[in-house]
Design a protein around this ligand. Structure first.
Ligand code: ATP
Ligand code: MG
Length: 332
């Protein structure tokens, strides 16, 4: 048993299941292959790795990959996030504390302020920054040389990075949703760590309905484990998975309550395109969250399409919520 912890249980849980090597990280095959080559090459040259940008929807493994890269490089990783670096001084403090070859991980890098971003440019390129000490009359600029480090940035909002910033990352990888076979592997590994029996059908049911997202798959596994323990014999089979997912409000297609509200809102507009703001107001969710958390999956699954006029439901979108489109809607 692990000692009782006051830390956020979700974070503790995530860290326990977080793979520490490429071998334990199923999926994202081409990204892994690329990274392994870059890592091997950098090691051969005894140089730090180029700066890396990981982008993609939440819960697909950006933070996990950053950790694996630093482990493979045998380098320490310092972790911070865009919103935490408010002033250039915050960044300067972090950068000057780095040792050669160390990795600086900046999560939510799209939320860096413009000033801090500017400072980062010269740090990334020239391994130096000019910091302005004091202000007003006595302001003076001090030139600080930095150790060669690797910046790993992670973002769910690729599009928000400015072109000059993005161009400074030599390695850019976009994570995509996982096909069920990889989610099954992830679930099997997690079940082993959690010492929960999970049979092949149970894994299949959970994998199919996890929105292509490891974080969701792991969360479902944990909740269904509770159900299996209390209501069943502790084994997660298909029936238990179905039962548990039903309790979680997850439907046959793996759509959440919020996904369904989104699709139903589009359905009520009878095929006319709906703007993001209108959807957000109707559903009661931030437009930002809709666009970056919910929509990518619905679009990728072909349930929704984005047009210049707004979002529209596809024929599959109608089917997913058990509705039939007007007879002539897709005939036109
Ligand atoms: N390929 C994978 N194999 C096994 N587990 C994975 C994989 N990808 C992600 N996970 C698990 O899913 C959870 C979420 O992963 P992670 O925190 O890396 O996602 P993220 O992309 O950084 O998400 P966010 O955008 O919210 O920060 C972790 O518990 C991690 O262990
Ligand atoms: Mg993360």
């Amino acid at each position: 048993m692990e000692p009782f912890s006051t830390a956020n249980p979700d974070i503790v849980f995530e860290n326990r299941l977080r793979p520490k090597s490429f071998a334990d990280f199923p999926g994202q095959t081409s990204i892994k292959e690329n990274l392994q080559i870059y890592i091997a090459a950098a090691k051969q040259r005894s140089e730090p790795l180029d700066h890396i940008l990981f982008s993609g929807p939440p819960g697909l493994g950006k933070t996990t990959l950053a950790g694996i890269v630093s482990a493979e490089m045998g380098a320490e990783m310092r972790v911070t996030s865009g919103p935490a670096l408010e002033r250039p001084a915050d960044l300067a403090g972090l950068l000057t504390a780095l040792k050669p070859g160390e990795i600086l991980f900046i999560d939510e890098i799209h939320r860096l302020s413009a000033v801090v971003e500017e400072y980062l440019y010269s740090a990334m390129e020239d391994w130096a920054i000019d910091v302005v000490m004091e202000s007003g009359l006595y302001a003076k600029s001090v030139h600080l040389t930095l150790p060669r480090f690797t910046l790993i940035g992670a973002t769910t909002r690729d599009g928000l990075l400015t072109a000059p910033f993005r161009a400074r990352f030599g390695i850019q990888e976009r994570l995509d949703y996982y096909p069920p076979e990889f989610l099954r592997e992830i679930l099997r590994r997690s079940a082993e760590i959690m010492k929960t029996p999970l049979d092949a059908d149970g894994a299949d049911e959970l994998a199919r309905r996890s929105r292509g997202t490891p974080r969701i798959a792991n969360r479902f596994l944990a909740r269904v484990r509770d159900v299996a323990q209390v209501k069943g014999e502790g084994i997660i089979n298909r029936e238990m998975a179905r039962h548990g997912l039903k309790m979680l409000g997850v439907d046959e297609h793996g759509l959440s309550e919020m996904d369904r509200r989104y699709l139903e809102c589009l359905c009520r507009h009878n095929g006319s395109p709906v703007g993001l703001k209108t959807l957000a107001v109707n559903i009661g969710e931030e437009d930002d969250t809709l666009e970056n958390v919910y929509e990518p999956y619905l679009i990728r699954e072909g349930l929704v399409i984005k047009t210049p006029q707004g979002r529209k439901l596809t024929a599959d979108g109608y089917t997913a919520i058990g509705k039939t489109p007007a007879a002539d809607l897709f005939a036109r």
